[in-house]
Design a binder for this molecule. Sequence first.
Ligand code: HEM
Length: 536
Amino acid sequence: MFVQIGLLAVFTHMVFQHWEPKDVTRALTVLLSGSLGSILFAKSLTASGILVAVATFIASLCLSVVFYRVSPFHPLAQYPGPILNKITQLAPMWTVYTGHQHLTNHKLHAKYGPIVRIGPNDLSIVDVDAVNSVLGAGGLPKGQYYNARQIPNAPQNIIGMRGEAHAARRKLWNRGFSPESLQGYEAGIARRASQVVNKLNESVGKETDLVKWINYFAFDVMGEMAFGRSFNMITEGDKGGIWDTLGKFALQGAIASHIPWARGVFLKVPMFSKHFGKMRQFGMGCAMQRMKSEAKVKDLWYYLSDEAGIEKVKPAVPEVSADGTFAVVAGSDTTASALSSLFWFLIMNPDVYKKVQEEIDTVYPDYADPLNTARHAKLVYLNACINETLRLHPPIPTNGPRQVPEGTRGKLVAGRHIPEGTQVYVPPYSMHRDPRYFSPEPESFIPDRWLSASSFDKASSEKAFIPFSYGPANCVGRQMAKNEMLMFASVLLQHFTFQFAPGFGGREAEKWPERRLDYLVTTRAPLLVRAKPRNT
Ligand code: HEM
């Protein structure tokens, strides 16, 4: 009996392997058929006989999977990695859950080299060649990981789209980030930055959480930019608890991405579906309100819904709503993460802080308007500090994987053959700390390395610098993010001197980066500071 059931398990495994389940129903069907099949070989048709047969089948199936994944027959056998990661997707899922995916994978690269097998069918590649061959035009499409990033039964937003559908949607997005469109958003950014200055003035002499104000700023900016109305978080606080929802949504999305085929079941559990549902409701609410009221400026909705009537077929409202919601998530969490880290680096590095301060005072003399973007090009050192921040603390440290399409003969990446079906990560966090591309002292905050006068090898580092990803699905909002960061940092640095609050300095402040959790976008712990006015 054991031999027959063992063979049945191996056969079932082969079925699984070639027709990997796309949803849980198919997975259960295969499993149930196998279990029922095993009953045919049971010694007796008593309850215990059936139980032994089914248990033997399941145990044999698991063993078959384990042996195959660590065997030389597996297509990724030539790539090194921890044995547990080779065996089960649960290992990378656990790493994601801890929030230290970027740190764990970075250590794995230090141990195993530039290509690591981080999951049974997943590779992480740290090599500048992968930037173009994986992410670039003619590279690889987004992996199945992205299927789980969609809210079930909701229309697709741009992040999960591929190929021509993606290109068509991206055309609408590109219009929303043309130089003219970006100029249209500046007044809103300036208004919100000034509101934060007012709030910090109210907190003078007291400890305040800079991360909170940055979060509120980024969210209000995106509300106005995407839907033509601010969420008024700076003035009224986060009444709907949306930042809490965003954090949980990010964690659950990150975990679900590792089992995209089981997403349907995962999201039937109320604990998990709650936050997806709340985000969807939030987006629909914003969309409904936007449709009722004419926007005073050309917001992102204007471009995404083609209010100008350029397209032959107008985009459907649910799709525009899905993209609008995504814009708020993609644009606020990332920018807020970068700004929080920028201020942390400045306060931690007083010499750098002093140089930035001097530059701000020179570029905006006599209290000239620090929100004047025409002077941004002169903020050379601040720009270098932002680049260095994005290098060491990329807001999307691991990024989502691309996948070698099934039915192809694989893909050559960094001189190695990557078999079909493999998901490939090109993690910014590890790329940005690789001494081959960023030397000397790749782990240190040295903004000068970005200055044109520095002796730093910029040719190789610029190719390896991918905080906004690369290629046709790179960040469409990168210029807006840069404008926002320069405006916000300029105005705050002109008005205040920042120090860590008493009780937050020392070890507490040093440990702050460890509390940046990588759930695709990083979540941040509070950054407690004291803002001292500079009498502007
Ligand atoms: C410092 C701030 C930002 C960083 C570091 C950043 C980073 C990224 C990265 C790494 C990706 C690629 C994600 C992937 O491949 O899965 C991406 C995509 C995207 N980002 Fe950003 N982002 C930032 C700000 C923004 C802003 C302000 C917006 C405005 C709405 C935005 C909108 C988007 C969109 C729509 C995509 C998807 C593009 C596509 O699939 O074609 N991002 N971003």
